[in-house]
Design a protein around this ligand. Structure first.
Ligand code: NAD
Ligand code: UDX
Length: 448
């Protein structure tokens, strides 16, 4: 059944959900406190790079199912379901900052004059659903009007967000009243997805536990990769070998320079903070975070091993976004690596297929901005691959060798086989595949 929906917060999650909910038949108003964002959307442009999204927005706006407004109060008054999809960034303590959620809840409260259902899409600490209920009620002109607060966490990945919504693997609905849970689940019914009905707290925990588990897989394989280097094993073979055991699964076993993005770093910290608050020592999670922090500098160590002192060197960095197919640079490994290269005295030229505008906000004049793969690496002493964009995984290696002043590639994403690099006479350093220490020394303890 078609529902009227107000999406409060039109960022990655709000824009994707608002658009996709409109596409499956609902009447959606996307609102945001950022007036520039709304204006841009009203003019037919979208503020983020997300494959397939711009066309889907246009299609649904034309069909009259999707609109954008900065008049959040009116959107609240006109809609049956109010989705909260505002940011919950990491605060200085590591906790999730839920001030934007509170502001949205209070605004809802001020305009709640008939019964409605409030759906929390944002990733929020356990117990926030109950707080949202209180914040709304305290702001209501008539606090006797009944309403429901339902937790419905989001699992989309940037770069494949539209497909993740349309082929949703599961829908989590955490509610107190079964009628409210059914109302929310029914919104996603056209997708034919499996719905898990839980308590609000369990739904909130499912989101954090899912992200923490995936982050654990990545830190685990990165630690194994570091050990592979010490014993001459190949982490790609190891990942394939363990991943084909269905109990382990092959996903999220790509070794690299650590996870980044707007979710894993902040959500692992937030869960760790929640554990501390509860007096529970979640040492495993703390180690996952620590391993990831260390891994971000792995590429720098390999570069220093290859070049020695970086002072006065020219280094090309390919890939700035935290993963391919997005321009999002929140907590991207490039944000740790590039300032460290600059601090070590290197002249850094950077390039990313879509994140250049975003990169200028972070790096200003501290780096040079390239215009394409080959122009970026030209004359450099080494090339570093930080994000596995297609452009970087399919380079013409003959040209690369000719253009680099020294034929050295330090690859944080294992985009090439060491054998191919050897064929092209390029010195190649990747993650978990090349022995960095005397493996014979390591084997000694086995034979002795
Ligand atoms: P975002 O920063 O891209 O967007 C948040 C938007 O909310 C911004 O446009 C901001 O202007 C707006 N906003 C803030 N306060 C507001 C208010 N009071 N009223 C109206 N608008 C307001 O954030 P995001 O990446 O979309 O994440 C949103 C939430 O979803 C977070 O809790 C995040 O953890 C979670 N999440 C994100 C992803 C992802 O891949 N980005 C995936 C799953 C879950
Ligand atoms: C993640 C979750 O996957 C998604 O369910 C949640 O809703 C939001 O957070 P996202 O951050 O968009 O999605 O991207 P994801 O594909 O999960 O990658 C996160 C980071 O992990 C990236 O930096 C990526 O490079 C890294 N990664 C991922 C690895 O290093 N190795 C892997 O095997 C997989």
């Amino acid at each position: 059944m078609m529902r009227t929906i107000a999406m409060i917060g039109t960022g990655y999650v709000g824009l994707v959900n608002g658009t996709c909910l409109a596409h499956i038949g609902h009447q959606v108003q996307c609102c945001d406190a950022n007036l520039d964002k709304i204006e841009l959307l009203q003019q037919g442009s979208i503020p983020i790079y997300e494959p397939g999204l711009e066309a889907l927005v246009a299609e649904n706006v034309t069909a009259g199912r999707l609109s954008f407004t900065s008049d959040i109060a009116s959107a609240i008054e006109q809609s049956e379901l109010l989705f909260i999809a505002v940011g919950t960034p990491m605060s200085e303590t590591g906790a999730a900052d839920i001030s934007y959620v509170r502001a949205a809840a209070e605004l809802i409260g001020r305009h709640l004059t008939v019964s409605k259902t409030i759906v929390i899409k944002s990733t929020v600490p356990l117990g926030t659903g109950r707080n949202v209920e209180n914040w709304i009620r305290m702001a209501m002109p008539d606090p006797h009007i009944p309403f429901d607060v339902v937790s419905n966490p989001e699992f989309l990945r940037e770069g494949s967000a539209v497909a993740d919504f349309m082929k949703m693997e599961r829908c989590i609905v955490g509610a107190i009243r079964p009628e409210a849970a059914k109302l929310v689940a029914d919104c996603f019914e056209p997708l034919g997805t499996r719905t898990h009905f839980t308590s609000p707290e369990s739904a909130e925990m499912i989101k954090y536990a899912a992200n923490a588990f995936l982050a654990t897989k990545i830190s685990f394989i990165n630690a194994v990769a570091n050990l592979c280097e010490r014993y001459g094993a190949d982490v790609e073979d190891v990942a394939r070998g363990i991943g084909s055991d269905s109990r382990i699964g092959s996903a999220f076993l790509r070794a690299g320079i650590g996870y980044g993005g707007s979710c894993f770093p902040k959500d692992t910290h937030a869960l760790s903070w929640m554990a501390d608050q509860a007096g529970y020592e979640f040492g495993l999670l703390k180690e996952v975070i620590h391993t990831n922090e260390e891994q971000k500098y792995m590429l720098l160590r390999k570069l220093v091993q290859a070049l020695g002192d970086l002072h006065g060197t020219k280094i090309a960095v390919l890939g700035l976004a935290f993963k391919p197919n997005t321009d999002d640079m929140r907590d991207a490994p490039s944000l740790a690596l590039i300032p460290a290269l600059v601090a070590a005295g290197a002249h850094v030229r950077v390039y990313d297929p879509v994140a250049m505008t975003e990169a200028r906000k972070w790096f200003g004049n501290s780096v040079e901005y390239g215009t394409g793969v080959y122009q970026t690496i030209s004359g450099c002493d080494a090339c570093m691959i930080v994000t596995e964009w297609n452009e970087f995984t399919s380079m013409d290696l003959n040209q690369v060798r000719q253009l680099l002043a020294k034929p050295i590639i330090v690859d944080g994403r294992n985009c090439y086989s060491p054998a191919i690099m050897q064929e092209h006479q390029i010195e190649y350093h990747s993650i978990g595949r090349t022995a960095t220490v005397n493996t014979e020394a390591n084997y000694n303890y086995i034979v002795s």
